[in-house]
Design a protein around this ligand. Structure first.
Ligand code: ADP
Length: 402
């Protein structure tokens, strides 16, 4: 529904400084139902335009080169929806060439109609009514634009509000998970401790079944303890302060390989790092954990009996560094490529050990450092995990060296 017109939106501004023309014109238009305002001179007309008008009726006598320029200047700052209709009442026997020039002069500033004297009153009324109708359409466009703007800004603030709420709810959930994981450890350790004591001190009094069950309790409690420990490190990753600094990826990967030394030896794995790797904006302990999680997965998820091969390389593009961690492992089906980054999501839990949190820590860590992580893979053809992080520009070296 169009908005109601502003009080001045429908008025006709009349400028006819010679004789009684202005009053005759205004009376005629008022009689036909139009709201009119007579301007004594061009300055007044120009000053009134921004306060709203449906059309201008200007007698040619009021226009000379300077006043034309003034009028064009006044019409120029119209908004995109507005094109004020101008009716120029030309002098009797006006030079046709001059009239044509007037038309093209105003062409880009308003819709111009030339009304040659003498004309019948109905011709003027008709021209003004046509102009007013055209102007009304312009107001409808204005209203639509205003409405669109109102809806868009409403949507924007709703989205902002919802995002803030979600972020808050997420932070609260992460806090809760952290607290639960923390509080679970004490009873878990009690279970582990008592089942070990049970086996060591009372094992002889139990039969084979009893000893088997007790071992299972110990193993289950240990598994749960590992999960809570991983949840705690996930929670720490989500909550801790992150300060980004330039970090050498060469050093980070040396540390990550050192952390995985044991599994590399056990599996006969080979890790090739294409040095030099770039410097990235990161927090070093987080990045080291991210890289060692990706490396230990790459070493772990291979077909049994096959030696893992891991290749680490980098690419730089548009101020961002991409680090690839490629393996020759079992690969990941397409439909799981997103899910594996969620907490506790595991694809082949019976064959491979783990808690299902390693990749959630990777994603959370990378996101907290302002980066992104993803994977390309095909079952049976290995996986290529990637991380994007900001690559800081090298410090400028001046030509002068000491
Ligand atoms: P976890 O290693 O403890 O199982 P992660 O969160 O690190 O947990 O990984 C989740 C799941 O994603 C794994 O259980 C595995 O199914 C799959 N996955 C992760 N890395 C690889 C890889 N390099 N190759 C194949 N599958 C992988």
């Amino acid at each position: 529904m169009p908005l109601p017109l502003q009080s001045n939106d429908s008025r006709i501004l009349v400028l006819a400084p010679v004789g009684n023309d202005a009053h005759v014109t205004a009376d005629l238009l008022r009689e036909a139902g139009s709201d009119c305002r007579i301007s004594p001179d061009l300055q007044d007309l120009v000053a009134e335009i921004p306060n709203g008008c449906a059309a201008l009726v200007v007698a040619e006598e009021a226009l000379g080169p300077a006043s034309e320029a003034m009028l064009i200047q006044a019409l120029r700052p119209q908004p995109s929806w507005s094109d004020i209709p101008i009716i120029i009442v030309t002098s009797k026997g006006a030079d046709p060439l001059r009239l044509y020039q007037r038309l093209t002069l105003f062409d880009s500033s308003g819709i111009v109609t030339l009304l040659e004297r003498p004309f019948r009153p109905i011709t003027l009324v008709n021209a003004v009514q046509a102009a007013t109708r055209a102007r009304r359409k312009q107001y409808e466009v204005r209203d639509l634009l205003l409405e669109r703007q109102r809806i868009l800004s409403g949507l924007e603030s709703t989205v902002e509000h919802r995002t803030a709420e979600l972020r808050e709810a997420n932070a609260q959930l992460e806090e809760l998970v952290y607290t639960i994981a923390h509080d679970l450890r004490a009873p878990l350790r009690a279970m582990q401790g008592f089942s070990t004591v049970l086996l060591e001190h009372f094992g002889e009094r139990l039969d084979d079944h009893g000893r088997d069950y007790t071992r299972r309790i110990t193993a289950a409690a240990e598994k749960m303890d590992n999960m809570t420990l991983d949840l705690l490190s996930y929670g720490r990753m989500a909550r801790s302060e992150v300060t980004l600094r330039p970090v050498s990826l060469d050093r980070v990967w040396k540390n990550a390989v050192a952390q995985c030394e044991r599994i590399i030896q056990d599996t006969g794995g080979k890790v090739v790092i294409e040095e030099p790797l770039p410097t990235v904006l990161a927090e070093e302990p987080i990045l080291t954990q991210v890289c060692s999680n990706l490396l230990s997965n790459a070493l772990k998820f291979v077909k049994s009996g096959e030696a893992p091969r891991v290749h680490v390389r980098s690419e730089i593009e548009n101020g961002s560094a991409r680090i690839w961690v490629e393996d020759n492992g079992i690969g990941i089906p397409d439909q799981y490529k997103e899910r594996i980054f969620r907490v506790f999501e595991r694809l082949d839990g019976s064959r491979y050990s783990g808690t299902g949190i390693g990749l959630s820590i990777v994603r959370k860590g990378v996101e907290r450092m302002g980066g992104r992580v993803g994977v390309e893979s095909e079952p049976g053809k290995g996986s290529r995990f990637w991380i994007d992080l900001a690559h800081p520009p090298l410090p400028h070296l001046s030509g002068k060296q000491n």
